[in-house]
Design a protein around this ligand. Sequence first.
Ligand code: LLP
Length: 417
Amino acid sequence: MSHNRYDLKSLIKKYDTPLMLFDQDVFESRLGEIEAALGKVCGDFRIYYAAKAFFNTGLGKLLNKLGLYLDASSYGEIYVALKSGFDPARINYHGHNKKEEELRLALKAGVATVTVDSIEELATIQSIARDLGRVQEILIRVNPGVSVHTDEKIRTGCSDSKFGIPYERIESVFVDLKKYPNLKFVGLHCHVGSQIFETAPYLEAAQRLFDLFLKAHREGFPVRLFNLGGGFGITYKDETPFPTEELTRVASFVKEKAQKSGIQMPVLCFEPGRFLAGPSGTTLYTIGTIKEVPQRTYLSVDGGLFENPRPALYGAVYDAYVLERGPDAEKAMSYRVCGRTCESDVLIPEIKLAKARVGDHLVVSNTGAYNYSMSSNYNQYPRPAVVLLHDGKDGLLVAREEYEDLTRKDQTPDWLA
Ligand code: LLP
């Protein structure tokens, strides 16, 4: 985020901490980068924002305004999108274990496409679509069997994975599809994983997907959507980010293949979540205790595992600076930044910072993706507020949870009343 455009201290005064800032202008400019790279090669392409990274009704309104498509991984995400007024004709619904009632709700709502993740799901969607008297457009999610260098927990396109239909089985799906008159097969999908920095896995996946694409055409399915999923890696601390200009190469690769095979260039689709949301987010904390032990100095902030479980889950490492000293101050001290839950919840295992004092604030960048969306009320901490920044303005996107929210769903069984 463009720190100098906003007075972070007055935002803290206005909204308190922990606070997540979400910079709309960063989001839009990153979207612009992807669009520019694809626009060089493709006349027609689609960007589906992966809602799981960070989503709420305000963001749904923004995405709708930007003309983005939405990649929903659950009916809950579709529900939020609909509440925000997002056009269902631009929603794709995926997920490897959707329940029948969830699919029914999604189809009733009029989602444009459903990504089928298993052979059994074909019959389920067929029966719902028939009940509703309509034809449902579907994509088939292929497990391309591509290996990538990323955290094991976010690797999805390798062969040992619960996601997608194994590559080798797809041709039999083409045969099965002919039994389902209420399904219209419109595209193929794959997703190799998340926080990826190289182009190779995308090219490999594109190659594999294209082979199936051609086979589908030969089987009499004039499929158009060619969805390579999300996963573009970002910088949290020292990583070299995924070079978006490489998307031009991926698009050219597909275009050449189409030309050589004499078919129309498919509609290339991507589903970035982290790439758009991650760098748009910044979290502001108040520094509480600073404790020296023989091994190190612990600096505790008023957030932690409940609002950012990523360090604990994936060993994610973030960058930070002390607000009162500024981003460019000499980093003279080494700290371990930890959260305030009753766990050894380390937010940043070791970081050099300018000398911090109790009551100062810590600014942690790149917290927009999978932080708030994976947050919890562990230790009964209310979730932070999220503020949207745009063009020098600030406005609440999600209000801070109140203590009241913590008991909103609690019930008292008779024998305790
Ligand atoms: N499409 C599909 C089918 C996906 O499964 C995912 C992410 C995406 C798109 C978006 O991927 P992205 O562009 O955001 O990398 N909680 C983990 C990340 C899990 C990603 C799950 N799938 C984390 O915090 O790193």
